[in-house]
Design a protein around this ligand. Structure first.
Ligand code: PEP
Ligand code: MG
Length: 757
């Protein structure tokens, strides 16, 4: 126990700090530091744990009382054990009987078993958590206030030195960490291979030719070759249920391949003006960019430049083909066109890094859907990185250059943990979504194409969102009624006996149809979703008739309408639906069961008219991607503002709660089908607020099912009630992270879950 005399306390403090500062090495300083604290406080043990460079583990850095051989080896995750709890809460913990605390964790080989009392304080420098300082005693006793303030003072005194030296201790001073703007996929470790195209859109020299017909043919051949490659890629994505990747791919440059105006312009530039093919592309794209700069979004401009890049690479024979890439490399480039992402030879490329932050957002979307580890917008010098070992941490949007062996070990451990987690989910994927306390959560699939390659009926409770626009995007013109009947019948028969919720055509905004171009200054707030269909009722009517033909045969259709903002819109769609039903009935001399009819809640104004809308519909479904976009006025595709796209913000949490409560009062089932539903922490948030119907992409289903099956929802609802009282997003998120840890879900939940639409 510290001698209570104020002078003696001050003297001890001064001596310990002086000794700490006088040591030659940091290791020596912290070793002496813990020894002196132990003797001054007359306890049995004093230890210092420091946060590793990844900020996930607290590692024993110095101890007097525990086994010295555990220094540098004993690890606790933030949140794990009592030390982890101090770090997580960033608060002092003082316990007389530590082993009886629910968070107590026994670490074998450390020699902690003989200690009963525990006092831990966080080490924090300028708001950054660095570690935890602990004293322990064999006696069962509460440390007094004097001892608490003694430890707090010491921890504050050493914090700035710890901050400067912590990395050296883990020999990570040679590795350099770079933060990117967007990350996708998991972890990749490999040598960096820098690829710098010798000719780019900007530096391409304009050249002329006498062989105009040959150049024109070359250009058409290249377009044809790209088109064939794209068709092949689309097919393989379809087989792998990567509908979002597929639509991103098509969006990336597929529509430009079909842009006959652009192709004609290039052709004329070759044939009439005598440019070589590559130069003609540059001239035409440049003049388009100048002409349309006011109406084209940044992403569209980027798509156009990327498209030009791809054609120029091909035409100047500098396309980085598979043969140029060695085995197991991480590609480092200035920028990578979205379309090239789908072409990356996955058996050779472990991941990629783009240093240019203006890389198309479709590049990231595609990489995410294809599960490719990638970081975009990293300030790295392309001249200095070739051949160096790098780690891509897609989850945290970080790149580590020249990692030390211990860092590599740690990341390898994370990779195998990821694999372990995957195996864990696989074993449950055919089970029902029933929680520990017996509550049924329906888990449905978001689909964009028929999943013919896989029989998913055992794994889902049906389809909660079928994005009909994806099939429209793949067609070269508006599909006919017959074509659509074929698509819809196929899907309904595949999921016979289970509901299939088809969304009426949702184009505009970030989803374009090559044959229905919509160029607007502000597409997210423009002519999109149901607005297009109401202005073009023939398109909607044909679609509804096709749906009804399919439903007549199979009977499991639900119809859902996107982007509804007004009751009038619901009434118009209902009128068209009624017409479609009676026409199909008359044409077939039969009676058709009415499909369940619902609207998506994506535009916040709908919350204020739910009573009126409820009179007209059977169900509601929240499109959280758009709802959050419009709630916070934050572009869902713009990585620069992604931090504002925050479902844990109190406004989002309260809005979701309002909607779930209100639909219960109105006795209308409410589901949710945005990305939030399929994210691990997001699914916890939703269930805690009372959501019972979640719909998500195939790749997320097994994990969410696992979470449901390992959660006591009555307990989780208490967390939801608490979340509603908080006014800070980090605190709300921490509640769910805590819940996950305490309930053994920390292995399953990646705590840095990135929820983007
Ligand atoms: C949504 O907005 O959440 C949604 C599911 O629709 P989409 O992502 O297709 O706009
Ligand atoms: Mg939407």
């Amino acid at each position: 126990m510290v001698d209570n005399a104020p002078n003696s306390i001050l003297l001890s403090l001064r001596r310990i700090i002086q000794d700490f500062s006088s040591k030659n090495s940091f290791e020596e300083a912290i070793a002496t530091f813990v020894e002196e604290i132990r003797t001054s406080t007359d306890v049995d043990c004093c230890s210092l744990y420091l946060l590793d460079a990844r900020r996930t583990y607290l590692r024993l850095a110095a101890t007097d009382g525990l086994s010295k051989s555990s220094i540098g080896k004993a690890n606790l995750r933030v949140g794990e054990g009592l030390v982890g709890l101090v770090a997580q809460k960033q608060e002092l913990i003082n316990l007389a009987d530590a082993p009886s605390h629910p968070n107590f964790k026994f670490l074998p080989d450390v020699g902690e078993d003989e200690f009963l009392s525990f006092l831990g304080v966080p080490v924090i420098n300028q708001g950054e958590l660095l570690g935890v300082l602990v004293i322990q005693s064999r006696e069962d006793r509460q440390f007094d206030e004097q001892e608490e303030s003694f430890l707090i003072t010491l921890s504050a005194q050493i914090a700035s030195t710890v901050s400067l030296n912590r990395n050296k201790l883990y020999q990570e001073n040679s590795s350099t960490r770079f933060k990117g703007q967007v990350g996708t996929g998991g972890i990749a470790i490999a040598q960096a291979a820098v690829w710098k195209p010798p000719v780019t859109f900007n530096n391409l020299q304009i050249m002329y030719t006498d062989e105009r017909t040959i150049q024109s043919e070359l250009f058409h051949q290249t377009i044809f070759q790209l088109q064939t490659e794209m068709d092949k890629k689309v097919l393989s994505m379809r087989e792998n249920s990567q509908s979002r990747a597929e639509s991103g791919y098509i969006h990336g440059y597929g529509s430009l391949l079909d842009d006959s105006e652009l192709i004609d312009e290039v052709d004329r530039a070759i044939l009439d003006q005598g440019y070589v093919a590559a130069s003609a592309i540059k001239v035409v794209v440049q003049s388009r960019l100048e002409r349309d700069q006011k109406i084209l979004s940044k992403d569209k401009m980027r798509d156009l430049i990327d498209f030009a890049h791809i054609l120029i690479y091909r035409l100047t024979h500098i396309y980085s083909s598979n043969d140029e890439i060695q085995q197991n490399e991480i590609l480092v480039v200035r920028t990578l066109p979205a379309a090239t992402v789908a072409d990356l030879p996955r058996d050779k490329v472990e991941g990629f890094i783009c240093v240019d932050s203006a890389t198309s957002s479709h590049t990231a979307i595609l990489a995410q859907d294809l599960g490719i580890p990638a970081v975009i917008g990293v300030q790295l010098s392309l001249d200095e990185i070739d051949g160096h070992t790098v780690i891509i941490d897609g989850q945290n949007a970080e790149v580590i250059v020249d990692p030390s062996p211990s860092v590599i070990d740690e990341y390898n451990q994370l990779i195998s943990q990821g694999q372990e987690r995957q195996d864990l989910f696989e074993s449950e994927k055919k089970e029902k979504g029933i929680s520990i306390d017996g509550r049924r959560i329906t888990i449905q699939l978001n689909a964009g194409l028929n999943h013919e390659a896989k029989d998913l009926t055992d794994e889902t409770d049906g389809i909660g969102l079928y994005r009909t626009e994806i099939a429209f995007m793949l067609n070269s013109s508006l599909p006919t009624e017959e074509q659509q009947i074929g698509w819809y019948s196929n899907l309904l028969s595949q999921f016979k006996g289970r509901p299939v919720c088809m969304r009426t055509l949702d184009v505009g905004g970030d989803k374009g149809l090559p044959y229905l171009p919509i160029e607007e200054q502000n597409p997210a707030l423009g002519w999109r979703g149901i607005r297009v269909c109401i202005d073009q009722p023939d398109i909607l009517k044909t679609q509804l008739r096709a749906m009804m033909y399919a439903h007549m045969e199979h009977g499991n259709l639900e119809v859902m309408v996107p982007m509804i903002a007004r009751l009038e819109e619901v009434l118009i769609v209902k009128r068209l639906l009624n017409e479609a039903i009676s026409e199909v009935e008359q044409e077939n001399n039969t009676i058709i069961s009415r499909p369940r009819f619902g609207v998506m809640i994506e535009i916040p104004c709908l919350a204020y008219v739910l009573d009126d809308i409820a009179q007209e519909v059977d169900f509601f479904s929240i499109g959280s991607n758009d709802l959050i976009q419009y709630l916070f006025a934050v572009d869902r595709n713009n990585p620069k503002v992604s931090k504002f796209f925050d479902p844990f913000n109190p406004a989002a949490v309260r809005c979701l709660k309002y909607l779930v409560d209100k639909s219960k009062i109105l006795k209308k089932p409410l589901s949710i089908c945005g990305e939030l539903a399929g994210s691990s922490l997001g699914s916890l948030l939703l269930m805690s607020l009372g959501f019972e119907h979640l719909s998500m992409n195939y790749s997320q289903m097994a994990r969410v099912k696992y979470i449901v099956r390992h959660t006591n929802i009555s307990e989780l609802i208490k967390v939801g009630t608490q979340a509603l009282t908080l006014s800070n997003s980090d605190q709300i998120k921490a509640l769910y992270e805590d819940f996950a840890r305490v309930n053994g879900l920390s292995r399953v939940i990646e705590l840095s879950d990135n929820i983007r639409s």
